[in-house]
Structure formats: C-alpha cells, structure tokens
Design a protein around this ligand. Structure first.
Ligand code: GDP
Length: 543
C-alpha cells in the first residue's frame, strides 16, 4: 500500500520474465487509449464528463458551461478558466466492462494545436466529435489530417442530435466527401435533429430508446425494444430510420474491422453528450473495436514489442499547474513493459537516470498516485525538470522512439526581461518553456542570450509564455513581434550566406536545427533563385 516505504526496484524479487510478459500482454490487450478531436464547442468537455460519469469515475457530470457554476475537472489552469478554453492536457483513466480506458485530453483552441498533435502521438485511436448542425469544421479537418498521417483509426460521433441540425444522410455524405473515409454507422437516429428519441442499433436491428434526465447530470435510462414495439411507439420516425439504414447497407455502410484499422472506414454513432445519450454505445464501441497498444517503431526502424522491458516517451510537460503542487510533471505514454513506481529509468537523450519515486495520474485537479502501469497508460512523472518533450525513457537496453513532429512556426517575437536584474529567473523560465514545448526557443550570437526569439504556431502561445514568465518564474517580460511568417530548416554551411540576404535571419533552435526566418513566400523564392543549391527544408505541416 502507499503507506509502506517504497522499496528500490533493484532489491525486489523480479517476477519470472515469462510470467511478467504474460501479465503485460494481458494488461495491454485490455487497454484502450484514445483522444477526442473536435472543433471548439463541438462538446468535447461535455462528452469527457459524460464518459467519466458512465464509467462511474465521477458521480455527477459537471457542466462545461460556466453558467452552471461548476467547472469540469479537465478545465483548470488560470488562463483556461478566465477564457473558458482548454490549454493543458490531462488523462482520465477508468474501467469499463473488462477494459481499462485511457482518455487523453486535448486542448480545444487552435492556437494550441501543437500540443494536440503531440497528444495524438500518444493514443491508439481517436474519436472525431462532430456538431450535428455544423458538420466538419476547420479544426476537425486539421486534426483529422494528423490522424490520417499517423494512421490512427477514427470513430465518429455526431453530437448535439437533441438540437435541429443537418440531415443524417447528408452528414454521412459530407464525411465521405471531405475525409475520404467511408462512414459505417453502428447506430442510426430515430427522430430528426431536435427530436431525438433514440437509435436503431444497426447490428441487432433493435431500438434503443433514450429517456431524458434532469439536466443530463445522471446516466440516461435506455430501454431496448424489438422493431414491433419500436414502430408501435415511434411510428414514422422508426420507419424512416429503418429505411435510411437499409440505404446505408446498400452503399457498403457496414462496419468492417480491417478497413477501420487501416483508416479507410469510420464507425459512426449518434448522440447528445449534454443529455448523456449514446455515451454508453461509445464506450461499448471503444471496447469492442478500438485497437489496444501495438509494437512501436523505434529510431532504428525496428519495433518494440509491448511485452519488452519498460519503455515510454514524454509527450507533454507541465509546470505550476496548481499553486498547491509547484512542480514539474512529465506526462509519459507507456509503450512496453510494466511501470512500477520507484523504478529508476534512463533518458535516451541524456543517458541520465531518472528516479520515478513519484508517479501520478492527473485528471484536472485530481491526482492519484500510480504504483503500476502498463502499455497504453499515461503517467505523470514528478520532479521532471531534467526531461523534455519527446524524450524516450527505458529500462535495460537503450531504446529510442522517433522525435515528435515539430511544426513550422508562423509567429515570432523577441522576449526580454523587463527587469534586467532578474536575469537568472529569466533564463530558467526560457529554458523551461522550451523544454515543455510551450514555445520553440531560437537563439543567435547576434541577438544574444538576453533576447531569445520565441517561435509559435498560434499567437496565444505567446500569452501563455508571458503569463508564466511573470507568475511562475518571477521574471516579467516584454515581447516584440517580428515581421517573419515562415521558418525553414537549413544547415550550418548556409547560415552566413542566408544572413546576408535582406529580410532573412538564421537562428538556432534548441534541438540544434538552424531555422531561416522569412517575411513571406516570395522572399523564399527569390533567395532560392539567388543562392544556388541552398538547403531550405519545410517542416511537417498539416491541414
Ligand atoms: P468543447 O469546446 O468542445 O469542449 O465544448 P463544450 O463541451 O464546452 O460544449 C460547448 C457548448 O455546447 C456547451 O454550452 C455545452 O453545454 C453544449 N453542448 C455540448 N454537448 C451538447 C449536446 O449534445 N447538445 C446540446 N444541445 N448542447 C451541447
């Protein structure tokens, strides 16, 4: 138990490798790790709460709209609360049926999409949440592109069916046309948007009738009926649903596990997160069709089996989340083996040992001590000041996973300490923000250490940096925006010549890459013409 003194792992009796491997395989195969991707306001926070409610993790679903007076537990940082947006990510773990579900939360605002991209490298599946009235929105499409690129299978949930919206068949066409995925609805709505009575379960042909509960804060009762009872009760609404479901069957709209895992089809569910309708069905689908953790590719291009010794990678860093816990947390996704608290692991980047004496699960404000965790799980490692986003952690023989994708920044600003006597605090803050991936930090001899350039994908990242420098590192800063809009990677050999080009500047990022900053695409073209053979590489950009 947690009260007993922790024993260093080296002195515990190791389980026989075969037995431990069998345990790891069994635990991994019951894991379902996923994230929800959606455009802001589609209902992600509400769905998260509803899932937790169904899993009995939280007794009453908090309401995402501040009006209800309560905050959902996944929304907590100062700025988040002020603005009502999710900036930081947390993970929620709960059991459902025999499965262990890990829901990794993603920030909703487009300015923090770099964070979301990193979260998507830590999950095995994603739920694409679509507002029935709006269809596929800008941010949904961007995140969809990332999932497609990474080969992450997608389950689609059409949300807010309790409100008037688009026609269900029209939404299926939209999905197919805009994502190329063939939608394979598992449920089909009975009643048009705004008149949500229940769903036809296309696998059984039965009717699942939903009953509203007060404010959707408790689990909505579901009643399963045969088609005869359904037609007697719902009349035309049922007959229409049956007819439409038959149309789908004619157009290859039935779920197929192989094409789903290959990213060619997407199972679709209809629901209303705010009323807790369809949430149960989503949990069942996650358990029944979503993949469990699989072997992960390493930098040497081979794969690390899930039953191999412990390995994980850091996909998210967080600091100063809560004034009561002023610490650094590194969120790591476990890829193989068993994690035991107290274990001393190594960091592939530095080769240094890292003691996991304190490991936690964090969801919103709540923290739970983790003693054991398995592939697919996310653990928050405390006192992680020496770690960076993207670091691989391992036990035994060295293993390293490929670096997380970096995204071409589009906004740049010089940061300076307002009070020069706070130089130390300033430097500590800059280093930490870089390590966490809050901003990319660029430097050059010309600009010097006192005036690093911050590079971001979304301008709100600047605000987070400015806010944290003042409140957390006690080093208020000023930011001056620079007129660049593009950054291309180059090599050391080209630095001097590029710096001579008007309007162009080369800086070095913390990962060692040289980035050439340009005001616009025209300048890139003219420099390419002028400097024959110049190395200018574009970073991975999606959407
Ligand atoms: P997020 O930005 O994606 O996290 O969205 P929220 O969960 O904060 O929801 C945005 C707004 O939509 C809130 O006012 C919710 O109450 C509302 N909402 C969420 N789900 C539903 C739903 O199923 N039906 C209706 N009518 N409103 C919903």
């Amino acid at each position: 138990s947690a009260d007993q003194p922790t024993t260093p792992s080296s002195t515990t009796t190791p389980a026989s490798p075969a037995k431990e491997q069998a345990t790891v395989l069994a635990e991994a195969s019951r894991r379902r790790s996923f994230a929800v991707i959606s455009h802001p306001d589609a209902g992600k926070s509400t769905l998260t709460e509803a899932l937790a409610l169904h899993a009995n993790a939280i007794r009453e679903a908090g309401r995402a709209d501040g009006k209800a007076g309560r905050r959902t537990v996944s929304d907590w940082m100062d700025m988040e609360q002020d603005r009502g947006i999710s900036i930081t990510s947390a993970a929620l773990q709960f059991t459902y049926r025999d499965a262990m579900i890990n829901l990794v939360d993603t920030p909703g605002h487009a300015d923090f999409s770099e964070d979301t991209y990193r979260v998507l490298s830590a999950v095995d599946a994603a739920v694409m949440l679509v507002d029935a009235a709006k269809g596929l929105e800008v941010q949904t499409m961007k995140l969809f592109a990332v999932c497609k690129h990474r080969g992450i299978p997608l389950i689609t949930v059409i949300n807010k069916w309790d409100r008037p919206g688009k026609d269900a068949l029209e939404l299926m066409d939209e999905i197919q046309e805009r994502t190329g995925l063939v939608p394979t609805p598992l449920t089909w709505p009975v009643g048009v948007g705004g008149d949500f009575r229940g769903v036809l379960d296309r696998r059984t042909g039965q009717y699942v009738h939903y009953t509203r509960t007060a404010g959707g804060t408790t689990i909505a009762p579901e009643e399963v009926m045969d088609p005869d009872a359904a037609v007697a009760r719902e009349g035309d609404a049922w007959t229409t649903a049956v007819e439409e479901a038959e149309l789908l069957a004619d157009s290859n709209g039935d779920h197929d596990q192989e094409t789903f895992l290959a990213g060619q089809t997407t199972p679709v569910l209809f629901g209303s997160a705010v009323q807790n309708f369809g949430v149960h069905a989503l949990l069942d689908v996650l358990v029944d069709v979503a993949p469990s953790p699989s072997p992960r590719v390493t930098v040497t291009e081979d794969t690390r089996p899930v039953e191999a010794p412990f390995s994980a990678f850091v996909f998210k860093m967080q600091a100063g989340m809560d004034t009561a816990h002023r610490d650094r947390l590194a969120f790591a996704r476990i890829c193989s083996g068993v994690f035991e608290r107290g274990m001393v692991v190594s960091s592939a980047r530095t080769g240094k040992p890292f003691a996991t004496k304190y490991a936690q699960q964090v969801f919103g404000r709540e923290r739970t001590i983790v003693d054991t965790a398995y592939p697919g799980d996310v653990v928050g490692l405390v006192n992680a000041a020496g770690l960076r986003v993207g670091d691989t952690l391992y036990l035994d023989k060295k293993v390293e996973f490929p670096p997380l994708p970096t995204f071409a920044p589009e906004h740049f600003a010089v940061m300076r300490a307002k009070d020069v006597s706070r130089y130390k605090q300033f430097q500590r803050g800059v280093m930490q923000l870089g390590a966490e991936g809050v901003v990319q930090v660029l430097r050059s001899d010309l600009r010097g250490d006192q005036a690093p350039v911050l590079a971001v994908v979304g301008p709100m990242q600047f605000e987070v940096a400015e806010h944290r420098m003042a409140t957390e590192f006690n080093a208020p800063v000023s930011l001056d925006r620079l007129g660049y809009s593009m950054a291309l990677r180059t090599t050391k050999d080209w630095v001097a010549q590029l710096n001579e080009q008007p309007g162009v500047e080369v800086l070095q990022r913390e990962d060692g890459e040289y980035l050439a900053l340009f005001p616009d695409r025209w300048r890139v073209t003219s420099v390419r013409n002028r400097l024959e053979g110049v190395v200018l590489l574009e970073d991975e950009i999606f959407g």
